[in-house]
Design a protein around this ligand. Sequence first.
Ligand SMILES: Nc1ncnc2c1ncn2[C@@H]1O[C@H](COP(=O)(O)OP(=O)(O)OP(=O)(O)O)[C@@H](O)[C@H]1O
Length: 260
Amino acid sequence: MSREATDNGIRVEGLIKEFPGQRVLDGLDLTVADGEFVCLLGPSGCGKSTLLNILSGLDGDYRGSVRFGGQPMAPGGKPPVTIGYLFQEPRLLPWLTAERNVDFALENSRVPRARWAAIKDRYFALTGLQAFRHYYPHQLSGGMAQRLSLVRALAIEPDVLFMDEPFSGLDELTARRLRVDLLDIWRETGKTILFITHNSYEATFLGDRVVVLSRGGIRDQITVQVPRPRDYDDAALFQVGKTVSATFIDAAEAAERDRH
Ligand SMILES: Nc1ncnc2c1ncn2[C@@H]1O[C@H](COP(=O)(O)OP(=O)(O)OP(=O)(O)O)[C@@H](O)[C@H]1O
């Protein structure tokens, strides 16, 4: 297989997005390497969701170029790779069991039916949900429901995972466990991940790199050179988190000044 066919990196160049009366993205350049875990941090309204909407092919009204693994995405077209999503809320179908929720995603994917059982076994096991396959969403805790939405996102064998504040609705203890499990799954699957968060320390714990957005572009990027597996109580990680947090606050204050 050629390198081109296996490269699931993302390359965004000169991205401009305007809504009536405002330019939200102003020539944004962003590269995410194949298999890299990049966290996007930025003040409310800086365009994080707008960027994900463009990268997902939901919003084709932009200027600039988007490439996945070197393949261009035509404006108004679909991404040339499979994308898995995780949102802040699990977005499960309440009338289907956990397993049927995953089947529903598989039915709408290109994954051959012959592989479904093995895929489900793998991801239910990786997320610790094997005993809950026949539960309905209302029988699951918030953390379990978010684990199930991770199974669903992974089951379609995405090349890239987009995660939009997936743990922000959970209590901190559950969020901590899920972050550790996500890193285990990432290590095992090698997916390219773009993860949006408002939490500087979460971004630092998870990411290879934290990209801080502001005023339509990248304000700063911080490479997290702390070895993995990481420990929440590691002083070196905390130091990087402080730098990320200070950069984020600068960006938020700059955005605030722009508004006044
Ligand atoms: N459909 C739309 N029509 C007009 N303006 C929009 C639309 N969608 C987003 N915007 C504006 O674009 C800007 C960026 O919004 P976006 O939702 O991308 O920000 P965000 O960084 O994801 O914010 P948050 O962290 O609060 O989710 C905001 O000022 C928002 O009001």
